[in-house]
Design a protein around this ligand. Structure first.
Ligand SMILES: C[S@@+](CC[C@H](N)C(=O)[O-])C[C@H]1O[C@@H](n2cnc3c(N)ncnc32)[C@H](O)[C@@H]1O
Length: 237
C-alpha cells in the first residue's frame, strides 16, 4: 500500500469514530442558513455524510483519489445521489484548480474541517513554493512542516471563499479551547481577508487517532487509547 492509500484507510477509522460520536453533526450545525457548501478536504466522506444528512448540498473536494473513492462509496451506500453531493478530485494549493472551482461552481460557504494529510520529504519539496507564497520562511517550515502545511491549506480555503465573497468555516482539532481573545492566528486571517466578524465555538471531544493516524496496539485499533481533544469551530463572515 502506498502512503496515500494507507492514509485513506487510517483516516476512515478516525472519521467513522467522529461520525458515531456526532462530532460532525455539531460542526454542520454551524452552517445553518446556507444551502450549498464547498467542502475542502472531504476525506473518506463521514463529514460529507453528516452534511448531506442535514440537507446541505455539498461540493466535496479532496486531493487524495483513495479518499474520494471511499467517500463516494459511503454516500452512495447511504442513499445520497449525485444531485446532492458532487465529488471533485484536486489540490487546492494549485492555482489552476482553485480558478476552475471559482469559475465553474456556485457555493454559499467554504468549509475546511480537520485539515491534514500524509507527509514525506517529497511533499515538503512540492509544497515549498506555495508555503513561501503564503508568507512562511524556511526556518518556520522546518520547525513544523505539518502545521505549516495546515496553515497553507486554511489560507487557500480563505482565498477561495473571499474570491466568491462568501463566509468560511474552519474546524481545528487541538488541545485547548480558543476564543477571539486567546487566538491571534484566526483573528489575523479574518483581518487579512477583510471579514467583519469572527465567531468561535469549542467542543470537548475525544479521538482514537493522533495526527490522522489511528492509535494501534499489537496491530489492533485500541479504543481504550482515546485522547482528549478540543474541536474549535471558527466562522469568518
Ligand atoms: C484529516 S482529513 C479530514 C477530512 C474531513 N474534513 C473530516 O473532517 O473528516 C483531511 C483531508 O484533506 C485532504 N487534503 C489535504 N490537503 C489537501 C489539498 N491541498 N487539496 C485538497 N484536499 C486536501 C486530505 O487528502 C484529507 O483527506
Amino acid at each position: 500500500m502506498n502512503e496515500a492509500e494507507k492514509y485513506a484507510v487510517q483516516w476512515d477509522i478516525s472519521a467513522q469514530y467522529f461520525y458515531e460520536k456526532s462530532y460532525y453533526s455539531w460542526m454542520s450545525e454551524k452552517l445553518n442558513g446556507y444551502e450549498m457548501v464547498l467542502e475542502i478536504g472531504c476525506g473518506t466522506g463521514y463529514s460529507t455524510l453528516a452534511l448531506a444528512e442535514k440537507g446541505f448540498k455539498v461540493l466535496a473536494v479532496d486531493k487524495n483519489a483513495n479518499c474520494i473513492v471511499k467517500a463516494k462509496e459511503l454516500l452512495n451506500s447511504s442513499g445520497f445521489k449525485d444531485n446532492q453531493v458532487t465529488f471533485i478530485e484536486g489540490d487546492v494549493a494549485e492555482d489552476s484548480f482553485r480558478k476552475m472551482l471559482v469559475e465553474n461552481y456556485s457555493f454559499d460557504i467554504v468549509i475546511c474541517w480537520n485539515v491534514g494529510t500524509y507527509w514525506g520529504k517529497e511533499m515538503i519539496q512540492y509544497y515549498l513554493p506555495h508555503m513561501y507564497e503564503y508568507g512562511l520562511n524556511t526556518d518556520q517550515i522546518k520547525e513544523n512542516p505539518e502545521s505549516s502545511y495546515s496553515e497553507l491549506i486554511i489560507w487557500e480555503t480563505c482565498r477561495i471563499a473571499r474570491t466568491k465573497n462568501v463566509p468560511v468555516h474552519i474546524v481545528d482539532r487541538g488541545g485547548e479551547i480558543l476564543t477571539e481573545q486567546t487566538d491571534p492566528y484566526y483573528v489575523m486571517l479574518k483581518d487579512e481577508f477583510g471579514y467583519p466578524k469572527i465567531l468561535y465555538d469549542n467542543l470537548q471531544a475525544d479521538s482514537i487517532s493522533s495526527g490522522g493516524r489511528v492509535l494501534v496496539t499489537n496491530g489492533e485499533v485500541n479504543i481504550d487509547k482515546k485522547i482528549d481533544i478540543v474541536f474549535v469551530s471558527i466562522v469568518m463572515c
